[in-house]
Write a protein of this length. Structure first.
Length: 158
């Protein structure tokens, strides 16, 4: 066989070796993270639940998911061990403003304050027309008449 025939197989074997090595490193890092957990640290499970570690056993961990509520999880279900600041920011809403002190409003009403069109209570036209404003053209007239006849009970006779 020639070298050109063997080259694709050599490249494929090399790529598989690199992929498995990378995956193995990620697994080892995740296992080390789980082994470094201490009671009292905040964690996020692979399902996205935030909890506090209460007790660590061989293959399981006891998490406090709410004050006084404990649950037993497999160690492999821990997706991330969080530092105290990040855990408190996510779970308790303790956010510190870093940088500029820009305040984002909770609703859009503050964006329209001072507009003269909205101050006088004028309605905004959304393209809908009242029944009095319906144009008297073709099918609109027929639809309006059919609606009126149905309301009067004339359209039900067969």
């Amino acid at each position: 066989m020639s070298l050109v025939t063997l080259l694709p197989f050599i490249v494929l074997i090399g790529a598989m070796f690199l992929m498995t090595r990378s995956a193995k490193k990620k697994q080892q890092a995740a296992a080390q993270m789980r082994n470094d957990m201490q009671p009292g640290t905040g964690v996020r499970t692979i399902g996205g639940m935030y909890a506090t570690v209460k007790e660590i056993q061989d293959d399981t961990v006891i998490l406090e998911v709410a004050p006084g509520v404990h649950a037993v999880y497999a160690k492999n279900s821990i997706g991330a061990v969080l530092d105290d600041a990040e855990y408190n920011r996510i779970v308790h809403g303790d956010e510190e403003l870093v940088g500029d002190d820009t305040v984002v409003p909770d609703d859009a009403s503050s964006l329209t304050e001072g507009d003269s069109a909205d101050d006088d209570g004028a309605k905004i036209d959304l393209g809908k027309k009242a029944e009095d404003d319906v144009e008297t053209e073709g099918s609109e007239v027929k639809a309006s008449e059919a609606k009126d006849a149905k309301a009067d009970g004339e359209g039900d006779a067969k």
